[in-house]
Design a binder for this molecule. Structure first.
Ligand SMILES: *[C@@H]1O[C@H](CO)[C@@H](O)[C@H](O)[C@H]1NC(C)=O
Length: 294
């Protein structure tokens, strides 16, 4: 079930009352992503604030169909009909949800929040959008037992509509990161510097500081294409995939700076992709006298 060598994107909405996503065009997005040479994408369906980009039955008035865009943005991405494999990102915990706060105050001996919120939402996105990849995040330092992660994953791999193809990561409860999971993510911007035995992914962002959209950013706040290519090469050389995040604007656009970086990556891969895709790693890792030669 290994992923092909590739790189991917997590996208996060800019959530406030101005968030309308009025220019969001899933087809345009997938054209840009395809031109970058990527093989799969991740859409952030719900981040730690709890707003769902689909009309969740378990997130009343805090979802993109009831308020803001008034559209099913996850459905539009899933229906964009591209060759890219669809992945969904989902945060287990929600910063300010009173049910979560109550469970936390009870030291996770109660599980009101997972049973009434997290798990129903997870089942919803799997059954409705049938993603091939699922990126779990935000365990809130609560144990996997609290989240019933093993129960959910047993269902996902044995009974769910995507049981034959689905791939997951390693963020399923306190202590599971870098230890359990289909592939490891270990840390944000993780770069081990040597070959790992287990498949892994470097979640990286084109914006040097942020995973969201920085409205007052300057050019120097973004990595150059040379820096991004160096990151891709080192990651793939050590057996990892690169996940390259962009933060769209509140009106649903991919900023030209992100678009340019993605297209530049595609141009580089057009020449050098043979060394990146469906390849095997070199066992003599970085043994050169020259740094950056893999
Ligand atoms: C955990 O998930 C499994 C599989 O969906 C389910 O059968 C079980 O009842 C769940 N346990 C709790 C405590 O929610």
């Amino acid at each position: 079930k290994g992923c092909p060598h590739a790189f991917v994107y997590i996208m996060k909405p800019y959530v406030d009352f101005k968030y309308q996503a009025e220019f969001f065009d899933a087809k345009e997005w997938t054209h840009i992503f395809a031109s970058s040479g990527e093989k799969y994408i991740y859409l952030t369906t719900k981040h730690h604030e709890g707003f769902t980009l689909w009309g969740s039955e378990n997130s009343w008035n805090l979802n993109a169909v009831d308020v803001g865009p008034k559209r099913d943005l996850v459905g539009e991405m899933a229906g964009a009909n591209s060759d890219l494999r669809l992945g969904l990102y989902h945060s287990l915990f929600e910063w300010f949800n009173p049910l979560y706060e109550q469970d936390a105050a009870n030291l996770y001996t109660t599980n009101l929040f997972p049973t009434t919120k997290t798990l129903p939402k997870l089942y919803e996105i799997i059954n409705k959008y049938k993603p091939e990849l699922l990126w779990s995040d935000g365990d809130g330092d609560a144990p996997d037992k609290y989240w019933n992660s093993t129960g959910f994953l047993a269902w996902l791999y044995n009974e769910s509509p995507v049981r034959e193809t689905v791939v997951t990561n390693d963020r399923w409860g306190y202590g599971s990161i870098c230890t359990h999971g289909g592939y490891y993510t270990c840390d944000d911007r993780y770069q081990p510097g040597h070959l790992l035995k287990h498949k892994w992914e470097n979640c990286f962002s084109i914006d040097k500081a942020s995973w969201g959209n920085t409205r007052n950013a300057h050019l120097k706040d973004y990595f150059t294409i040379e820096q991004l290519v160096a990151t891709l090469v080192e990651t793939v050389s050590c057996g990892g995939n690169l996940l390259l995040n962009i933060g769209p604007t509140h009106n649903g656009r991919i900023s030209p700076i992100f678009e340019e970086r993605l297209r530049q990556m595609g141009q580089w891969l057009g020449v050098n992709g043979e060394a990146i895709y469906n390849n095997t790693t070199w066992r003599a890792q970085n043994d050169s006298m020259i740094p950056g030669i893999w």
